[in-house]
Design a protein around this ligand. Sequence first.
Ligand code: ADP
Ligand code: MG
Length: 703
Amino acid sequence: MFLKELKIPIGELRGVGPALTQYLARLGINDCAALLCHYPRDWDDRTRELPLNQWASGRVSTAVKILAKDWIGFGRSRTLKVYVEDQSTKASLICFNRPFLERQLQIGQSWRLFGQFSYKYGEIQSTAFELEAISEDEEEGYKGKILPLYPLTAGLNQTQLRRLMQRALGEYASPLENELPLYIREKMGLLPKSQAIRAIHFPESEEELQSAKRSLIYEELFYLEVMVGRRAMERKGQSQEGAQKAKEQQPGSSQGPPLAVELSPLQEGLLRRLPFSLTSGQEEAVREINRDMEGPFSMARLLQGDVGSGKTLVSFLAALRIVEKGGQGVLMAPTELLARQHAENAAKLLEPLGLRIAFLTGNLKAQGRAELLKALAAGDIDLVAGTHALFSRDIAYRNLRLVVVDEQHRFGVLQRQAIMAKGRYPHLLMMSATPIPRSLALTVFGDLDVSVIKDLPPGRKVIKTHLARESNEGKVYDFVRRILAEGRQAYFVYPLIEGGDEKDLKDAVSMADRLTKEVFPEYPAALLHSRVDDEDKQKIMEAFRRGETSILIATSVVEVGVDVPNATCMVIEHAERFGLAALHQMRGRVGRGDYQSYCFLVYSDNLNEDGKKRLMVMLEHNDGFIIAEEDLRLRGPGQISGLEQSGYLRLGIADIARDSELLLEARNEVFALLARDPELQETEHACMAELIHRAPPFADGGL
Ligand code: ADP
Ligand code: MG
């Protein structure tokens, strides 16, 4: 029997009555399979006791007595503090977000305690700890064992859940069949499924626990990559013309060296007109795109490159190739501002080559819009730049062959699909300056090909980044004043448009007032945020671009795409409120010209050490990929923009950031397997295929 087939209702397990059934349901446990997959969130290693006074050498694990309780702080930040003592010394527990411990912990009681401690404010302290009731009879049986610590719910305690788990393991674990093929288990040194499941709950040793974790993590990643790999194959199979072409092109030899692809005449034409040459990253990306477009299948490529790396130009080159063959292209951007900038650039660079360029947003007036729609349907427009209005229901294209999605992370999957549906398997080029860490790229975008532009155009100076406390903002302002005096321009960014509930938070509207009246009265300034209407927004940006305003006070709307080389100062206030990836994007608004640029990250005076450490990443790194990796590590994948809604990240035990190496291994194995046996029909894979067919599809179908 496979684990997933263990659909025995939880109520049939001995000792589970109606009350327990209800509690378990709250944890999502309705049957015995789900119970066995309720993995511990941690383990209490009682083979190794570590008393409080030895906190410095590792994780404390000891029995303590509750000495006293106290509250620190006020209002919503009121926090429970508990004083404890074991046979070695005293310590205190800071119970952030755990006010309920007040009722659970009675003075004089004994509890098992484990966690990381440090020496702070003259005492041994922990904020990351676990407590567990000691019941004397149990304590005997558990002595010297490694015990699971489960996520719990009210009404259910560790002891009860452990007892149930042992019962379920006793009944069902040993007959569990292996899901992964033997050759993979042997190669990777993975435990048999029955052992892995038992050992994840009740390991015999630390080593066995590690093996069990690794085995189950690998299995999960393996399934994940099977789905990704299958989708990649489906996408390619989708295009029947492609499949036909593939047969013609590669009779027999399916894996010859890729043909060298020449630049097309229009592509060469554009390059000749540029005052600079492509960076080697751009060149490589263009080559890959050309190869895709000549290949049998529709392109699906993610083009990643740090802010300012020149992705737009690469997409123009892609468009030229399509237009040359009689196709149309769309270039979709998340904001009107950015779409307009693209349309203007396209007009400047591509119209001289004979392309017909248009610009389409939701704000287009009725008459102009009707004409434009007619032209698109007739094929009288070659390339149209615009916002999501590009896929409005009433828009039809004559022969849409290329979809470019700029700042793709700002679009939902459904929007990307809607624009793709306007053509017959058009080539897709997604561009992002929010670098997606490799591990994520391989899962969420795992069925896409990826090009990375690593280099920036020559001559760019590294942006000098500084951290400043809010109380030192005066110095920052003085510095900016000197830069403005040299004729440069500056951005000021705030996390809010207008003051909300939080009194001590600066916002764009009131700071615009203060900056223009008190701080820089001598310089013209403008305010830009999402509530400014589009027409004004454009005027404001235009004025800033022309240098008529020196200071742009904004919210994170400046995050995306806008290019003003003379703006060399970026001041981000309450920098702690932004994700690192967003900070990096905003910093990328400066450093676009020949002048030395500066970025100031101003943080609240009461920012804690961890927050400061996070901002330090911005000082230490200029590489968006490293920053994104760091962001991923610090905040977890769920926080990375645009990915929250994607079902890919709902994993049980694997963590794609932490387990990225294992992910890569699983991926290679899966892709090799699928290439050999796309339907997973070889006998030894049959069981897996069956399981995979039954696995729930991902929430949004991905792209
Ligand atoms: P991003 O990758 O952030 O979208 P852009 O496409 O906006 O970057 O390019 C940033 C700037 O760099 C533009 O002004 C563009 O004209 C310029 N640029 C692009 N490629 C090169 C190059 N090879 N050499 C010099 N400047 C370039
Ligand atoms: Mg761009």
